[in-house]
Design a protein. Sequence first.
Length: 332
Amino acid sequence: MNDNDRESLASWIRALPKAELHIHIEGSLEPELLFALARRNGMTLPYADVDAIRAAYSFSDLQSFLDIYYQGAAVLQTEQDFYDLMAAYLRRAEADGVCRAEIFFDPQTHTERGVPFDVFMPGFIRAIEDAPNVSVGLIMCFLRHLSCSAAIETFGEASDYLDNIIGVGLDSAEVGNPPEDFADVFALAEAAKLRLVAHAGEEGPPSYIWGALDSLHAERIDHGVRAEEDEALVARLVKEQIPLTMCPLSNLALRVVDDLSDHNLARLLARGAMVTINSDDPAYFGGYIGDNYLATAIALDLSRDQLTILASNSITASFATETEKVRWLETT
Ligand code: HPA
Ligand code: ZN
């Protein structure tokens, strides 16, 4: 594809109303902001400059990324830091034509460092109020490399902010940390009428997707790439229209796929699965949601009709109100 065709497809994608359903706010921390926050907070980084940080963003698997990602999040100290992080993401999202963003945050990454809910939640909330053009829902993720009792304690710490949180999720190191282990905390969230999602089938086997659906009552599966290995599971995902929040550039960066042209997103879409495209951790994986649509469209030769279906799937699969969904779908 030549530069002109690429730019015209990119701007057509930008104009498509779309929801982003899989974005970790800590994964939107760009090296420039990371450096600025370290300086503001009097911290020294093990990197000489922004280029050295970017050079370190070369990953072999999920864990090699998580090590760097948790280290980066340590520069987030004050309410203003969390405001700046959220405000920067929402500016990018709006520019990419995102009408709705359902944004993950990892409270335990902060509370474990002594930064409490009363610091990060007010920062997030103020930035969201200052970005009225993007409808936002916050999803609190539990770190699955920690215990279910730690997650339950975190759920308790969130009690003053449950009105500002639409749901809970499950992230971090997948293999060896099956969803069933977190059934108790998801049951508490379900009783509190929160929406439920979980990462599954990124590196973990199809049984983790079954577990997320049956033990956690997850309404969406984050990633779900490995679903294709289990015919009965694909049939269920299609029949029940369970959304998959797929993240192609993340899968490429973390070697879930060797090449974007190997990604199974188009095959699952053709089977009738409720597939969506998202960015996951855009500062680390080389692109925001528009970049993910564009790279995937080129690698898999997706038509504009297919891209329109992916965008309308994202709105349908969101937890926005029916009124909002109808309004956005009318313009899709
Ligand atoms: N997988 C699991 N945990 C994560 C990810 C991911 O892709 N990104 C941030 N935390
Ligand atoms: Zn993720």
